[in-house]
Ligand binder design. Structure first.
Ligand SMILES: Cc1cc2nc3c(=O)[nH]c(=O)nc-3n(C[C@H](O)[C@H](O)[C@H](O)COP(=O)(O)OP(=O)(O)OC[C@H]3O[C@@H](n4cnc5c(N)ncnc54)[C@H](O)[C@@H]3O)c2cc1C
Length: 495
């Protein structure tokens, strides 16, 4: 095995492969270190649905990114637009104005160009007609926020990026985890690895850390997110244990961001402890705005219809984890069952059906049955049946007089057969991480000075997401900052 190269990239997810491709593009010799075996490589990016959030002006911008769209597809779709101002507003709103403005500026302003760059490297995109568009009078109408998925989702994205990296000459070492950074006292000079050959040192002029957050590390989750988080299920890779963050902090890097927060969703309560690529993201259960959710006491505990799903889904896991017994049942009346997303129709699902509410109450494992029946009765009496139900917009059809209101999409639960799905908390990724220089992705030390030779990108960077996260910005941030990290790491290495 070679023991020196120009640039080492740690990780083989979207941020890492973006960095590797960009570094190789500059003429640097690049080695990617991936802790997972090849069959499980690709990190959380491989589990992702594949949505990218980026700015664009009009349909022509989308057509340029998806040149294989047919005339019919173009004619029946209103792609809308997504301005930089809206992207900023969305980021600021969901992060409660905590997001780092300089990181935001880079993410937003480089998002479109990075999409074009990815497309140029062979990543194909497809409009998210099924999950993101509203259908009206036979036309698909996008709001602009989430318009394109990588073709083939996260699997397709990673396959395309890996192909581009290998074709350009990047060397990928699987089952080779980075353990420590090597420093000569002035700059980073390489990485100590653990792999099939045991412990080794690989020297490099620059190192890009892109090896994820700490969501798969139960001890760190409990330490930083708080008691109970060791019980969350990991939606994606089992390999993201905070190694990159730890290595950099050991060398004086500055931690930043929302360390006690993360992205977490409604996830099948009996899903395995970490992600399963054969199921992917289908353990998620995202039709909760049309449900009532009850906990083990039989009571509702959250406004299921507080906002559009894309604005609320990433905090639902946390809310469920804080319930007694850490689970909830999503209850659907037959009026809304046809609206359930595809993920409700998989084989590995914790589901019960019943013809009557009494039968349902007896089947809801772990729930106080009488209290559940009382709760549904009070809920049904509070539903505003005068406002029309419209699942495609915030319809304002809410409840009146409940201590836990439902603000939109309220439907009485009285028409069987009923379906119920048991969900727990699925953690997606953590928000705390390393401080980087926004323009170059260079890791900053505790004096706010760049650490020579060290760059970071992706989930392990802190400061961008607080409290919430606008869907599709995880992959976009990984590609924008990964590309920048690779570019600057290579330029510094071959200067
Ligand atoms: C189910 C699911 C669905 C999602 N859907 C979307 C979506 O549609 N749109 C979106 O924007 N985001 C989505 N996300 C979030 C998105 O996947 C992440 O934000 C993004 O993939 C993070 O990319 P990354 O490259 O930073 O990390 P990852 O893709 O997780 O890559 C980290 C890599 O580092 C490797 N690694 C870890 N430790 C070491 C070590 N010590 N040495 C070497 N390698 C190491 C891992 O094996 C892995 O390959 C989703 C996430 C999940 C789990």
């Amino acid at each position: 095995m070679k023991t020196s190269t120009d640039v080492i990239v740690v990780g083989a997810g979207n941020a890492a492969l973006s960095a590797a491709i960009a570094a190789q593009e500059q003429g640097a010799q690049v080695t990617v270190l991936e802790r997972a075996p090849e069959s499980e490589s690709g990190g959380n990016s491989r589990y992702a649905a594949g949505a990218f959030r980026f700015i664009f002006n009009d349909a022509q911008d989308i057509i340029n990114l998806v040149p294989d769209l047919t005339t019919d597809e173009i004619q029946k779709t209103d792609f809308g637009s997504y301005s930089a101002q809206r992207y900023f507003d969305d980021l600021y709103q969901v992060t409660r104005y905590r997001t780092d403005p300089d990181l935001c500026e880079v993410l937003v302003s480089q998002s479109h160009d990075t999409m074009k760059w990815l497309r140029g490297k062979g990543v194909r995109f497809t409009p998210i007609w099924g999950r993101s568009a509203i259908k009206r009078d036979g036309r698909f109408i996008f709001t602009g926020e989430l318009t394109l998925d990588a073709w083939g989702g996260g699997e397709g994205l990673i396959a395309a990026e890996k192909k581009a990296a290998l074709q350009s000459g990047v060397n990928i070492l699987y089952e080779t985890g980075a353990m420590d950074l090597l420093s000569d006292g002035n700059r980073i000079i390489g990485v100590r690895t653990q792999g099939p050959q045991g412990t080794q040192e690989i020297h490099a002029k620059s190192v890009v850390l892109a090896c994820g957050g700490f969501e798969a590390n139960t001890e760190w989750r409990t330490r930083y997110l708080g008691p109970g988080w060791e019980l969350a299920k990991v939606r994606g890779s089992r390999f993201n244990n905070g190694d990159g963050i730890r290595m950099a902090l050991d060398l004086g890097a500055m931690p930043t961001g929302h360390w006690s927060w993360c992205h977490s969703v409604c996830w099948d309560n009996h899903a395995p402890p970490t992600g399963d690529l054969s199921v992917g993201d289908a353990f998620q259960k995202f039709s909760y705005p049309y449900s009532v959710m009850i906990n083990s006491t039989g009571r509702r505990f959250v406004d299921e219809g507080m906002d559009m799903r894309i604005k609320t889904y990433s905090k639902m896991g946390r809310i469920i984890l804080s319930q007694p017994d850490q689970f909830a049942w999503q209850i659907f009346d037959s009026k809304v069952v046809p609206l359930l997303r595809d993920e409700y129709r998989i084989k590995r699902v914790t589901k019960v059906t019943a013809a009557t509410l009494e039968e349902l109450a007896s089947k809801l494992d772990g729930v106080d049955a009488q209290s559940f029946l009382d709760e549904i009765k009070s809920f049904n009496a509070a539903v505003d049946t005068t406002t029309p139900f419209d699942p495609q917009v915030k319809d304002g059809r809410g409840t009146k007089g409940l201590s836990v209101p439902k603000s939109n999409w309220a439907q009485t639960i009285d028409q069987g057969p009923f379906e119920a799905y048991q969900v727990g908390c699925g953690i997606t990724f953590t928000f705390g991480g390393l401080a980087i220089s926004p323009a170059t992705s260079q890791v900053l030390d505790t004096a706010n000075k760049p650490i020579e030779g060290l760059y970071a990108a992706g989930e392990m960077v802190g400061g961008l997401f607080y409290f919430g996260y606008p869907g599709g910005s995880g992959l976009m941030a990984g590609s924008v900052f990964g590309r920048n990290a690779g570019l600057h790491a290579a330029q510094s290495a071959i200067a």
